[in-house]
Design a protein around this ligand. Structure first.
Ligand code: FPP
Length: 250
């Protein structure tokens, strides 16, 4: 079996443009898997004198548009950092706003995801969420399981926790090495991570995909998440296409 570590080369990009405006990327170096640390909802709201909750709401709208953009650009997988294992430290009211947003997002977008053949995947321990959210997520996982492209959403996710869990499972099977650990990461069935984007001007990984980012390209933009759109995603993918990737070789 070919492991994710061995699957480093990119396939031929889609030949038929799916975006009415500009179409799918045409470079052979286009990314298959893009992950985004969606940051800046609070600052977006503050700049406008609005409550943080409205920043998150607008962030939810940017999620919807970015999922569509990823499809237009022909990405196989988009992974979004929606709620980290450290986000529980936020105020109760804000956590509750984020949970409500999650509920509404699934309700409002599930039908569309099924029609567009987007497979939902969750990375992280989502069982920590309220039972009704867990039920909604599991229903969505089941109903989108035959989708062709993947939207992976990180929920109650922390990369250090993911690696520790994978190492524990690998140890139970008798060997700890990169391959045996990788087999137990949440992302085992996803294409290798090509490009990691963080919005809002912060330049750190914040416990996101630390293992998977080993050879990913990084792109940090000052754009606040609620303002992020297809143009920004396209530019990021085009920048990625110009990068020379050597994976440690010459
Ligand atoms: C960071 O902004 C964003 C988050 C902690 C949550 C991300 C959530 C969303 C984009 C909305 C909902 C997502 C889904 C999948 C429905 P921040 O609050 O840290 O912003 P700040 O640093 O400017 O305060």
């Amino acid at each position: 079996m070919v492991s994710a570590r061995q699957r480093r080369s990119n396939p031929t990009p889609p030949s038929t443009p799916s975006s009415e405006e500009e179409g799918a990327l045409t470079s052979a170096n286009y990314p298959r898997h893009v992950a985004i640390i969606m940051d800046g909802n609070g600052r977006w709201a503050k700049k406008r004198g609005l409550p943080r909750a409205l920043g998150h709401k607008q962030g939810g709208e940017a999620v919807r548009k970015t999922v569509q953009a990823a499809e237009n650009l022909g990405l196989e997988c988009l992974t979004l950092y929606a709620f980290s294992s450290e986000n529980w430290k936020r105020e109760e009211g804000e956590i509750s706003d984020l949970m409500n947003l999650m509920r509404r997002f699934i309700e409002a977008n599930l039908k569309d995801m099924i029609e567009r053949r987007v497979r939902l995947k969750i990375i992280g321990d989502y069982n920590a969420f309220a039972p009704d959210i867990v039920t909604k997520l599991e229903d969505a996982l089941e109903r989108t399981k035959d989708g062709e492209r993947t939207l992976a959403v990180a929920l109650n996710y922390g990369a250090q926790q993911e690696i520790a869990r994978a190492a524990r499972l690998a140890a139970e099977e008798g060997s700890i090495d990169p391959e045996s650990i990788e087999k137990h990461l949440y992302t085992v069935d996803l294409p290798p991570l090509d490009l990691l984007i963080r919005t809002s001007g912060e330049v750190r990984l914040s416990n996101f995909l630390l293992w998977q980012a080993a050879y990913a390209e990084m792109l940090f933009t000052d754009v606040l998440w609620p303002d992020f759109d297809e143009k920004h995603l396209r530019e990021a993918c085009e920048t990625f296409a110009t990068r020379e990737r050597r994976f440690g070789g010459r």
